[in-house]
Design a protein around this ligand. Structure first.
Ligand code: GLY
Ligand code: MN
Ligand code: MN
Length: 444
């Protein structure tokens, strides 16, 4: 995999070079400056929050330690990396860059930010900046930050992953699946949520800031908190009824995003997980070029409605459960999102390279992807079914709520909920489920 990543980088570089040049031509500019970003200081402190590179920078430069560096992309010239390597004895400065990517850039090392203006090419003057604004940029003569006309072009294109990006995501999947296996083992041995988190980190070789998002490791009712990242240190006094883990990994900045749910014992909740797994696989099987993701999201509501009827959680028809919005109480998030350098990758609602929004269906405010799928995109497919006390409370007492079997809901609340999430690559022929492929490989 590492060899594939290295050998595919050249083609990836050419693709993003072309994309950036055409985007610049579209907006009538000859160059742009992509800023790596800088660590943010903590209030009243001399420490910094973990540094996360600007994803636009990391798309070109696959390292995490180039803070404050600048990449100048100019039509007709090799991109120039102004690489900041401070003379610092408090922190370890970045090494001189090596590896598969360096041959594509003119690299100028600077040890002091005062040297940056001398390293900038003439074309950088007034050139648009992509990245977080830093007041120094004005002194250096750079132009406006993040013009939407430029970002729209780049964000729209980012949905199409190059072979290099897919290889990075396959590697992020390999790490994530290995870590999920370690987490499951820790859970079966009675670990605390915190101990599972540690087992997960150890197995994927990450420190926390390298995770694509905070691990969601949830026992029982905690699974009903969609972004639960509390990680209690104590082991539960009584064995938890269920376990939901939503955790990913990264490689060269590219993410995997995987969720599994387990039941501690056989019975109705275990059957519900199995039925959800089948429904999730049916939704994955639909993935192919041209499929509108908002339509698939609505189909997911149909699947959830059928589960609610089959498990006698509601007593109206599945169709009515979708039409009245009843399923929204049990599945209050989107079916999935684009995945890439950001776990919720940009451009999911964008209508065209020029911008505009493809609206979400009414009543589905959290859907993050409404475009028609195309070969080369990676999306998550992550249906869920939860027993969320605050949403159930809102539903109780309404006319729609009269269709709910509240006794059943009360019995299932201690299990929290279910989410099953895979990462699916759209191909010319249909799709590849990157998560299940890797899962099968690792369980051999
Ligand atoms: N882990 C966040 C998500 O699944 O979208
Ligand atoms: Mn996700
Ligand atoms: Mn997730």
């Amino acid at each position: 995999m590492k060899n594939k990543i290295a050998s595919e980088y050249g083609a990836h570089f050419q693709t993003i070079l072309q994309q950036t040049h055409s985007a610049l031509e579209e907006i009538g500019q000859s160059a742009c400056v992509i800023a790596a970003g800088s660590p943010h200081p903590m209030f009243l402190d001399d420490m910094y929050y973990p540094y996360k590179p600007n994803p636009h920078f990391q798309r070109w430069i696959p390292v995490n330690d180039a803070a404050q560096s600048l990449l100048v992309v100019e039509i007709g010239r090799r991109p120039r990396l102004i690489h900041y390597r401070p003379d610092d004895y408090w922190h370890k400065p970045p090494e001189e860059p090596t590896g598969f990517w360096v041959e594509h850039f003119d690299i100028i090392s600077v040890s002091d930010l005062d040297q940056v203006p001398g390293a900038l090419p003439a074309a950088a003057r007034d050139a648009p900046v992509i990245g977080e604004w830093n007041d120094l940029f004005k002194d250096w003569g750079l132009g406006k930050a993040n013009p939407s006309a430029l970002l729209n072009q780049l964000h729209f294109q980012r949905a199409w992953k190059t072979n290099y990006e897919i290889a990075c995501m396959e590697e992020a999947t390999r790490k994530g699946v290995a870590a999920h296996r370690a987490a499951e083992q820790a859970y079966r041995q009675g670990a605390s949520e915190y101990e599972i988190h540690q087992a997960y980190l150890l197995a994927c070789g990450h420190v926390e800031p390298e995770l694509p998002y905070g691990n969601i490791i949830a026992y029982g009712p905690n699974a009903a908190v969609l972004h639960y990242t509390h990680l209690p240190r104590e082991r539960p006094a009584t064995p938890p009824l269920s376990f939901l883990i939503d955790a990913g990994a990264t490689h060269n900045g590219y993410a995997s995003d995987i969720t599994r749910t387990y039941s501690a014992h056989s019975g109705e909740f275990a059957e519900l997980i199995m039925a959800m797994d089948e429904a999730q696989l049916r939704l994955c099987a639909e993935v192919k070029p041209g499929l509108n993701f908002a339509d698939l999201h609505l189909r997911a509501h149909g699947e959830i409605a059928k589960l609610l009827v089959r498990f006698e959680i509601i007593d109206c028809s599945a169709e009515a459960a979708v039409n009245t919005g009843l399923t929204g109480t049990f599945l209050p998030h989107g079916l999935g999102h684009l995945l890439g350098l950001q776990v919720h990758d940009v451009g999911g609602l964008q209508a065209s390279p020029e911008g505009g929004i493809l609206p979400r269906p009414d009543g589905h405010p959290y859907l993050r992807l409404t475009r028609d799928l195309q070969p080369g995109w990676v999306t998550t497919i992550e249906p869920g079914l939860y027993f969320i006390p605050s949403l159930l409370k809102k539903l109780a007492g309404t006319e729609v709520g009269e269709n709910v079997n509240w006794e059943k809901v009360e019995a299932l609340k201690p299990y929290g909920g279910i989410r099953i999430e895979d990462n699916v690559l759209v191909t010319q022929e249909g799709h590849r489920n990157l998560t299940r492929e890797e899962q099968a490989r690792q369980s051999l």
